[in-house]
Design a protein around this ligand. Structure first.
Ligand SMILES: O=C(O)CCC(=O)C(=O)O
Ligand SMILES: [Fe+2]
Length: 320
């Protein structure tokens, strides 16, 4: 069974190679059964979307509201919440994103660009979203077994394909110096508040992760054929910190050839990433689950439902 294969592999890799860090590498084709070219195609669509005229992108603008995760957020629209010592108030994140989900979710309606502007995008995006869900079902089953929950469906039951968001993210070129001296961020340090995120990234790098024990920021460089999986706040709460939510950010890429010169300034090359946020249903209760790794320990977080967590974490993020 898929989940029985992936589970020890995924959890084992985490604790063995990263000293307890809640970040995994999953291999797209053989572990997650992705059709080979679908991820490349997703990046090609993203490049087409960000190659459109600004007014065409703006025709699919993110609607007002702090708990809406669909539509196009232009530069400056989204600013990660400040975290003491990590992400400073008032530092802009130089990134833009286009969130899409299932067309069957009335609470989070999709905002599409006109078919004539980007013919074929909608069909592709819905199909890719569905592929991501298929992979996520395998992971949710595997995680349930790995955590010692009573059945493979113990986590899957809190999810469905309609809650999840696929976000086409773009980081335009930015001066290395400005990032280095803290004037701007690319994407400030944050944890995702979902169950977990499948994070597809291009070949340039820049994603860094804070090691929960050493406190050091370490690179999470792209690996061909693999996707990064970051644990989010919901799993952290269910597992009572056995799986910790990954603190991550997008900073400067480590490789020389990830930059271009503009006069005397070193500028980052444009970067693309596509996170798929696996999101519990809004009324899902987030409390310590009855699992061996968490039993006997006091519950660390107050019990709340997922929509309340979203409310807390989304406050002030979108500059409507
Ligand atoms: O672009 C990346 O690699 C990270 C994106 C991310 O962390 C997010 O959208 O939550
Ligand atoms: Fe994130």
């Amino acid at each position: 069974m898929d989940s029985a294969i992936i589970c020890p592999a995924a959890l084992g890799r985490c604790s063995r190679t990263s000293g307890g860090m809640s970040q995994y590498r999953l291999y797209l084709h053989h572990e997650l059964r992705y059709p080979e070219s679908v991820v490349e195609e997703a990046f090609a669509w993203s490049k087409k979307f960000y190659g459109l005229k600004e007014e065409d992108r703006a025709s699919a603008a993110h609607p007002p509201g702090s708990m809406i995760y669909r539509g196009y957020s232009k530069l400056g629209h989204e600013v990660v919440q400040a975290i003491e010592g990590e992400k400073f108030e008032g530092v802009p994140d130089i990134t833009e994103s286009y969130g899409i989900g299932s067309d069957e979710n009335p609470e989070q309606p999709n905002v599409w660009v006109e078919e004539s502007v980007l013919p074929g995008f909608r069909d592709f995006a819905l199909n890719f979203h569905a592929e991501c869900w298929k992979a996520s079902e395998i992971i949710l089953r595997a995680l349930a077994l790995g955590l010692g929950l009573p059945s493979e469906d113990s986590l899957l039951k809190f999810h469905s394909d309609i809650e999840n968001e696929l976000s086409y993210r773009h980081y335009p070129p930015i001066s290395e110096e400005k990032v280095r001296n803290g004037e701007v961020d690319r994407l400030g340090a944050h944890t995702d508040f979902d169950s977990f995120t499948l994070l597809f990234q291009d070949s340039l790098g820049g994603l860094t992760v804070k090691h929960p024990r050493t406190g050091k920021w370490i690179g999470a460089p792209p690996i061909e054929g693999a996707v990064v999986m970051n644990i989010g706040d919901a799993l952290e709460r269910w597992s009572n910190d056995y799986l910790t939510s990954t603190l991550h950010r997008v900073h400067l890429p480590p490789l020389e050839d990830s930059y271009d010169m503009e006069g005397k300034q070193r500028m980052t090359k444009p970067r693309f990433s596509i996170p798929y946020f696996v999101t519990p249903k809004g009324d899902t209760v987030l409390e310590r689950l009855d699992i061996p790794v968490a039993s006997g320990k006091e519950q660390k977080y107050k019990t709340i439902d997922y929509s309340e967590l979203c409310r807390q974490k989304s406050e002030g993020v979108f500059q409507n």
